[in-house]
Write a protein that binds this ligand. Structure first.
Ligand SMILES: Cc1ncc(COP(=O)(O)O)c(C=O)c1O
Length: 496
């Protein structure tokens, strides 16, 4: 048996190898150099986090600023690592918008955390490509296992478990997950004929006017065409109107079109609206449509039992995704995608050339994730997710999610108490949509002023055609005091 203890591995792979190749010409970084520079980089990152609040959240860089400081051509000779690291500080840092600042309230969060960074570093260290179970069994099995953990953690239906008919896979983004879901829905509706012959122009898909733009992109890529994606009207809470959905499906059917797919959103990007999944699911069942639930940002909230109501109706979905890389403290990229019937997904995406054939695949006893998404190659992303879940534990994750939701709700109360402002949408979780009553120009100018100050960063949307500010509370290190300070700064700036 091979001895896998780290001490033995070190002696074998590093020490012996360096002696063996000592007199060969090489430009590679030696293990000892790697260790030294690696420590310096980790120190640099730790220092960065300890002083992150001293940087302007939104980069103040001008267009072309970085490029004008870089040499026009690549270096002919090797440069010292210290010089490269110095340039990180002098050249790169000014062009960074600090997504990991606790004063980042823009878009949706894109979390990083210590355990995720270290897990990702190990993934880079292994440098594996896990397209097949055989190309690194641990990568596939850890992914399957951790995604099975997440099913009960989020109160998701058992059919998403790998031990059932479905299973989970890590995708790069929610955009890819929606595309895979749409492709599977398209194939199921056409008995897998579209894969063979291409689209005939009569397939239609449905979402709301508030659905993320990635679904429109998916409709283009999947060959349905953006015009065949119906944007269904929403109610006063910006959630899809099931009646309007049912009516549109009926119209399309009577016009000879083939409805194939519905995307419901749990936590829309603009306003965090939650589509009524149970009603949508009923309509999908009636017409045999693939139902995909996109919970990219808000799905994480279901870690807390009191927010798990957001997953009502998901037990009837064909697929579901959420992004640990948004709000679950896991570095980009990491989208978790579940299907209820893995056969439908695999049949849609699998192509098996001779050079990928192997005994493990033929045995039927393993998962080959290459059949579960668009690319062939895949990184060992499960490591960072595993590190995050083990580091925080369910309790730690819940603690931070609850803090974020409580801070957002408190912020909403402050908005209500200030006569100059109004809330623009309900606040189910951690996003507050609000505005000055004074009109679009006043809101835009307010936002530009405090974003330029560098003290905080938030972005806008349009709701009912009105310019609306969005305060998204979810950055890993955001505490209540940051939200409180943000509100003070917004009030101050509004008073000018
Ligand atoms: C609801 C929703 N879906 C999908 C996306 C796209 O996410 P990704 O960047 O992972 O493709 C977003 C991004 O904010 C989103 O809010």
């Amino acid at each position: 048996m091979f001895d896998y203890s780290f001490k033995h591995l070190f002696n074998y792979s590093f020490k012996q190898r360096t002696t063996a190749v000592a007199d060969e010409k090489s430009f590679h970084m030696t293990p000892d150099e790697f260790r030294r520079h690696g420590h310096a980089v980790i120190d640099w990152i730790a220092d960065y986090y300890s002083k992150i609040e001293s940087f302007p959240v939104l980069s103040q860089s001008k267009p072309g600023q970085l490029r004008s400081q870089l040499p026009p051509a690549a270096p002919e000779q090797s440069e010292p690592f210290d010089a490269i690291l110095r340039d990180i500080e002098n050249l790169i840092l000014p062009g960074i918008t600090h997504w990991q600042s606790p004063n980042f309230f823009a878009y949706f969060p894109c979390n990083a955390s210590g355990p995720a960074i270290l897990g990702d570093l190990l993934s880079s260290g292994f440098g594996i490509q896990g397209m097949l179970w055989a190309t690194s069994p641990a990568a596939t099995e850890l992914e399957t296992h951790v995604l099975d953990w997440l099913v009960p953690m989020l109160g998701l239906p058992e059919k998403f478990l790998s031990t059932s008919t479905g299973g989970g896979v890590i995708q790069d983004t929610a955009s890819s997950a929606s595309l895979c879901a749409l492709l599977a829905g398209r194939e199921r509706a056409t008995h897998y004929a579209t894969n063979a012959r291409g689209c005939t122009g009569n397939l239609v898909a449905y979402c709301s006017t508030q659905t993320h733009s990635s679904v429109e992109k998916a409709a283009k890529i999947a060959g349905l065409g953006a015009e065949n994606l119906r944007g269904i009207a929403v109610d006063e809470k910006f959630a899809i109107r099931p009646g309007a959905l049912a009516q549109q499906i009926a119209e399309d059917k009577s016009a000879g079109r083939i409805p194939c797919f519905v995307c419901a959103t749990v936590g829309t990007t603009s306003s965090n609206a939650i589509d009524p999944v149970p009603e949508i699911a009923r309509i999908c069942r009636e017409h045999n449509l693939w139902l995909h639930v996109d919970a990219a940002m808000s799905g994480t909230a279901a870690l807390c039992p009191e927010f798990r109501y957001i997953h009502a109706g998901v037990e009837h979905a064909d697929s579901y995704c959420f992004n640990p890389h948004k709000w679950m403290f896991t570095n980009f990229d990491c989208d978790v995608f579940y299907v209820a019937d893995r056969k439908a997904l695999i049949q849609t995406l699998s192509v098996l050339p001779e050079y990928l054939r192997n005994q493990a695949t033929e045995s039927g006893a393993v998962i080959d994730y290459r059949d579960w998404h668009i690319p062939l190659g895949r990184r060992f992303r499960a490591l960072k997710l595993w590190f995050v879940i083990r580091h925080y534990g369910v309790e730690g994750l819940q603690h931070h999610i609850r803090e974020h939701v409580a801070s957002a709700r408190q912020f909403a109360e402050w908005v209500k108490e200030d006569d100059r402002f109004e809330l623009a949408a309900p606040v189910p979780l951690n996003l507050v949509c609000f505005r000055l009553k004074a009109g679009d120009a006043a809101n835009q100018s307010l936002m530009e002023r405090f974003n330029r100050s560098g003290d905080l960063y938030l972005t806008h949307t349009k709701l009912n055609d009105r310019f609306t500010l969005r305060l998204s509370v979810g950055q890993t290190n955001t505490k209540h005091r940051h939200v409180e300070r943000a509100w003070k700064r917004i009030q101050e700036e509004a008073g000018r």
